[in-house]
Design a binder for this molecule. Sequence first.
Ligand SMILES: Cc1cc2nc3c(=O)[nH]c(=O)nc-3n(C[C@H](O)[C@H](O)[C@H](O)COP(=O)(O)O)c2cc1C
Ligand code: SF4
Length: 668
Amino acid sequence: MKFVKLFEPITIRNLQIKNRIVMPSIGLAYTRDYSFNETFKAFYRERAKGEVGLMTIGPVGIDRVGCVPLMLGLFDDKHIKPLKEFVEELHRETDVKVATQLFHMGRYAFSIFTGMPPIAPSAIPSTLTGETPREMTKEDIEEVKEAYAQSARRAKEAGFALIEILACTGYLISQFLSPLTNKRTDEYGGVIENRMRFGLEVIRKVREAVGEDVPMGIRIAGNDFMEGGHTNIESAQFAAEAEKAGVDAINVTGGWHETNVPQLTTNVPAAGFLYLARGIKEKVGIPVFASNRLGDPYVAEKALRSGACDMICWGRPLLADPELPKKVKEGRLNEIISCISCNQGCFDAIFSASPVTCILNPRTGREKEREVKRAEVLREVWVAGGGPAGMEFALTAAERGHDVTLYEKESRLGGQVNLAKAPPGKAEFDNVIESMKHRMEQRGVKVRLNTRLTPEMVKKSKPDVLVVASGAKPVEMDVPGIQKPHVVSAWDVLMDKVSHIGENVVVVGGSATGCETAQFIASMGTPEPDTFTFLIYHSAEDPEFATKLLHNAGRRITVIDMVPRFANNVGRTARWSLMKGLRLMGVELRKKTKLLEITDDAVIVETEEGKASLKADTVVMAVGVLPDDELVREVKEDGVKVITIGDAKKPRKMTEAIWEGFEEALKI
Ligand SMILES: Cc1cc2nc3c(=O)[nH]c(=O)nc-3n(C[C@H](O)[C@H](O)[C@H](O)COP(=O)(O)O)c2cc1C
Ligand code: SF4
């Protein structure tokens, strides 16, 4: 397929954009005082050079009560100058068009950051922050509208080519739109015409402030995905009214932060919310942007060709690879660092108030200080282990000019990524391996599969540097019955090395691996997505029955752990979705439960209530991992510089392993 549509120019109002690729607003947390600094600049410069068409700098807070100091502010005239200088630079030196997004969190604001109680249409507690906002008075409403107008005026003065108003994801304007958070009895509450009033008044105020020549967009939730909230029907109604009120483009994203429908995780299908953009496009005559999980260029091109949208958003795909548009345009698809929607470096970071980065691209957010420069002394480097840490080290060292050979004892690269990609909805994790593999190839890394690097080999050839990235191995637990044939390891289950799984399964260990293995087992035998679509498309089965098939594990699965909280090592933005999956599949989670013994047909456990026996014809062990660092212990430094990285040093998350591989490779 040729990428024709992706690179077609488009005009929004009077703004000409060179292609159909939008970098949407992404809170980056690169500041602690609302200010625009060098970290932002380095980040955006790389994306602009990567040839995105329309790039959003923002969100920008319109007032102090509605934003946090970790994001940019545009509530004071002093914020204009630094932004203006930078926007001018980008418009002068690249052909990107730079937009911004006006942002107010309403009841999602954290008083710990703002120092003020949050405000919202009604005093409905936020499950995101645990706080109850103050109901806005009429005066507040007027003040906030004026703040939007003043920020828009500043955005125009700063030279932004398009100004977008955020009206989705459960933030202030969507709080007015939804009957769940808007219980007002005045003209701003009640029927939909009243609930839309605030948003439409904001649009008119902003238009008034910026005049007729600045294109204006609005970002809406195609569906709130909140029970009792806005569905796609009301969203389309609001979009049509927004067009009448003066917006020139509608950016359609998915649901609220509080929804229990996954929005950004790997298990959301590619282009899964495109139908929402299509629904809006049917109701308006202005350009519509589609968003979420469109990062695969083929998927994006198809989305545009389908006519469901006029532009596509690449948010995290551009965090992972700033050069994505350029690489696609130049046919360098093998070189793409493909976002896997893991959220570990980005969305999880923002929820812990940390700067956004990317697990696959250690330079994201550190562009300024982490340039990969050619090494002054070129060395022979051997890397033991082809997991993410080893591969990242190898490709970065090779980029710096070193002569790198990577040894992997298995027949394939990837290490524990091969386990991570096995659970349902995580097949995309394979991109980590593929992307690193291609980048190693391009940089001339020699890969030796099926080769365990031995101390003898090292001693004989004496490379300048030995990098031990041999990963981890499962902990072997010492309990009676552990040697029985029906006791298997979670790793073997996930690698499809276990041919028989019984009817009653007990998984020992409730961390990410244990919970995901339970989910993997639960999904065995459920209809594949194509089968499900076939059944529904042909009305072969009643949708309710077909859904039951999806949720039927057909086995009794129990996960036990001594800890009180399962999947504790999974990031905040993915954990709830995993827990929901386990609940839907009927997996039982037994906390504060200790394994004492494994018999032929049960496990004996100790609980707070005393001893118990759980029926088990398969017992899956997932009790953690230990560094696999034999090589380090066996190789004496003996003229060879030894560097240990990743899980071989200390078992951690993939993000830390990759970061360490990158950092260490910059040092040699
Ligand atoms: C770290 C992070 C921060 C975000 N902040 C915002 C924001 O401030 N405003 C907004 O409209 N969307 C925000 N989003 C959503 C993105 O704009 C985008 O819609 C989302 O990442 C899905 O698109 P993608 O699959 O291309 O990443 C954020 C996403 C991430 C990952
Ligand atoms: S951290 Fe994960 S989700 Fe975020 S940009 Fe990187 S690969 Fe994508």
